[in-house]
Design a protein around this ligand. Structure first.
Ligand SMILES: [Mg+2]
Length: 234
């Protein structure tokens, strides 16, 4: 770990188990809004929502839809795929989702253990996330992660998303650290790994679901508890 002083981490799907937390929030809303009366099943609703939500996030990342459009459009479209056309239910889902999901606290196994170990190695830690500021702070506080981090950089703070190199440059500047002294850890190959690489920052891919092939040029872990020794070996 020659010269490593700082570790940048992504939040969603890297530390905070986004899928598990998202599903818990949607299950609660499905029940609270009695959606079983108008939709075939929770499983089908969830499957449809996931695909539509992923498309909206992709478009948001490209600057093709607004934050408001993403917030409501993903639910309007999900309902419409079951021939339910209701702006009222979509709005209840949209506002309910944003207020319930950030309070969920499922983390990936070994998250706190790994972060504690990195701190004990005298590494400074900070977050770089494309998520919305108002929800990312709730997630960090509620899941007991906030105290690990010196800085939380949300892409909307500077109006630039990962994988754009400028967000990594901003993170280096804010944390007063050089790119050679930093490591980026994240689950998204394009946003986290390609982005960091372009900015000259070494990276570690968190591949919990083992979706990526082993490739020599990519540093990869499948459990967060592997991270400290991975960094030592870099
Ligand atoms: Mg992520």
């Amino acid at each position: 770990m020659k010269e490593v002083k700082h570790v940048f981490l992504d939040l969603d799907r890297t530390l905070w188990d986004f899928e598990k937390n998202s599903q818990a929030a949607l299950e609660q809303l499905y029940s609270d809004l009695s959606l079983k009366d108008i939709l075939p099943s929770f499983e089908q609703f969830l499957k449809e929502y996931k695909e539509i939500n992923a498309r909206y996030w992709e478009l948001y990342g490209l600057g093709k839809v607004s934050k408001e459009n993403l917030r409501i459009g993903r639910f309007l479209d999900t309902l419409a795929s079951f021939q339910v056309y209701s702006a009222e239910i979509a709005e209840k889902l949209a506002s309910g989702y944003v207020s319930i999901s950030p309070y969920q606290t499922n983390l990936f196994p070994g998250t706190k253990e790994a972060l504690n170990e990195l701190k004990s190695m005298n590494l400074n830690l900070s977050i770089i996330t494309n998520g919305f500021k108002e929800v990312q702070f709730i997630k960090l506080n509620n899941s007991g992660l906030m105290h690990f981090f010196d800085e939380i950089l949300c892409s909307e703070d500077i109006g630039i998303n990962k994988p754009n190199v400028e967000i990594f440059h901003a993170a280096l500047e804010r944390n007063k650290v050089k790119k050679e002294q930093s490591i980026m850890v994240g689950d998204d190959f394009k946003a986290d790994i390609i982005g960091a690489t372009r900015a000259g920052i070494r990276s570690v891919l968190f591949d919990y679901h083992k979706q990526f092939e082993e490739r020599q040029e990519i540093e990869r872990i499948t459990l967060l508890t592997e991270l400290p020794s991975k960094i030592v070996g870099l």
